[in-house]
Design a protein around this ligand. Structure first.
Ligand code: ZN
Length: 432
């Protein structure tokens, strides 16, 4: 049997002695029985190991177990007495342990490894490797983030921010998120999408730093505009280019759906193709089929098109001039954002006129919307807001919200997003 001090080192426990190590070969489990060294005076678990000592109160609920990192293929648990102390602030509370956070069933090293894995690997990789549920992963990332968050000022040097809303729980709930345009970091997130939620961001930022905000980009929603005007009136309000481009993509899609439905209903536009799920199956043919297949070609930026997709666009230009016009309008609006700030106002005016005159219902509506947001759109161009960066953070947050499905609270979702995108990624335990 190895010496007890070697066991203490292996388990990463400080200020404690290993009294016994019990192997359960059938279950592949090792339990290390540990006693906190008598030289370490007890402290309140909620105040933490750095706080003043507190007098012991009673034995609490007796012994307690914490899951530690595996050794080889063995699952390791640490077991120790968990007496309560009398804290002046928190009353009768279980004492603090150096190896685990208060109220946690896992050691700090275990928490740290789970947090690292959660920001790097798939859901199933984390849960299978660590042998814990996804919900437990959520609780762990929440407590790791709670500690990380206090360690650094997330708002230092903030000057250009993007504010956005992200849906989660399959679109039933929302988060408000704030991203730093200059670093591409997620700096703040909270549940809700309303004025009160956004005001709590500016409360955390404080009046002095709010006054340092030079530009704010958003999707043009009134609740964002109102609060920004109220809390940092000197900031220039810009439209997030990727939102505006998304409006155009939606308008194009409305035209495409229209064209497809018309073609499908026309003679020779569809045919019966057996039965599926107890219903007659109708498939598109001819013109309708070609339109359906052209969907990706219409959505992609022209520089990313494959040769086949390019050919599909040529086909649309020849056979469906209305849809092709819609495509050109979508592209036109996207290109306005790449123009020199001095050329952008004229180009945007021309685009708005052409859209209005197109006779395409979704684009005349879009022209009105763009006209309403003309000033923030031009401000985004003249301040050179980096669209790619904000869009990529936005896409990553959306992916995280999908992964976080199954977490019990939005706090866990926010913690995972902040640990992944907040610029303070969790380190692996025992590495510096
Ligand atoms: Zn306390």
């Amino acid at each position: 049997m190895l010496g007890k001090s070697v066991w203490a080192m292996l388990l990463g426990i400080q200020q404690a002695m290993v009294e016994d190590v019990v192997f359960d070969a059938a279950r592949g489990v090792v339990v290390a029985h540990v006693r906190v060294s008598q030289r370490t005076r007890p402290r309140c678990g909620r105040c933490g190991t750095g706080a003043k000592p507190a007098p012991l109160y009673d034995r609490g609920q007796g012994r307690r177990r914490w899951r530690s990192l595996d050794i080889g293929t063995w699952q390791v648990w640490i077991e120790a007495d968990a007496p309560r102390v009398a804290c002046r602030v928190h009353g009768h509370t279980v004492r603090a342990f150096a190896w685990a956070r208060h109220d946690a069933g896992h050691t700090r090293d275990f928490d740290q490894q789970v947090a690292w894995l959660a920001t790097h690997c798939s859901k199933s990789a984390v849960t299978q490797l660590m042998r814990i549920s996804w919900r437990t992963v959520g609780n762990i990332v929440a407590r790791v983030w709670a500690q990380t968050a206090g360690a650094r000022d997330p708002f230092a040097g903030l000057s250009r921010i993007g504010i956005d809303e992200i849906s989660y729980k399959r679109g039933h709930k929302y988060l408000t998120v704030v991203v730093d345009h200059d670093t591409g970091r997620l700096v703040w997130a909270a549940p809700g999408r309303d004025r009160a939620t956004l005001r709590s961001f500016f409360d955390a930022l404080g009046p002095h730093r709010s006054a340092q905000i030079a530009q704010v980009s958003a999707d043009g929603a009134d609740w964002i505009k109102g609060v920004v005007a109220e809390r940092c009136p000197d900031a220039v309000q810009c439209a997030d280019p990727f939102h505006v481009v998304r409006w155009a993509t939606e308008a194009l899609d409305a035209v495409r759906r229209d064209a497809w439905n018309t073609a499908r209903r026309a003679a020779g536009g569809s045919r019966r193709d057996g039965r599926a799920h107890g219903q007659e199956r109708i498939v598109a043919t001819g013109h309708a089929q070609a339109l359906k297949r052209a969907r990706w070609a219409l959505w992609k930026n022209p520089e990313n098109l494959t040769t086949r997709q390019r050919a599909k666009l040529d086909w649309i230009a020849k056979h469906d001039p209305r849809l092709h016009e819609a495509y050109l309008l979508k592209e036109g609006l996207r290109l306005v954002f790449q123009l020199d700030p001095t050329d952008a106002p004229t180009a945007l005016t021309r685009w708005t006129q052409r859209s209005r005159d197109s006779g395409l219902e979704s684009f005349t509506a879009l022209a009105r919307r763009v006209q309403t947001h003309r000033e923030p759109i031009l401000a985004a161009i003249s301040h050179g807001l980096s669209n790619g960066r904000i869009e990529s953070v936005n896409t990553k947050i959306r992916l995280i919200t999908r992964r976080a499905f199954g977490f019990k609270s939005p706090d866990a979702l926010i913690a995972l997003a902040m640990l992944t995108l907040g610029g303070q990624p969790p380190a692996l335990p025992g590495r510096t």
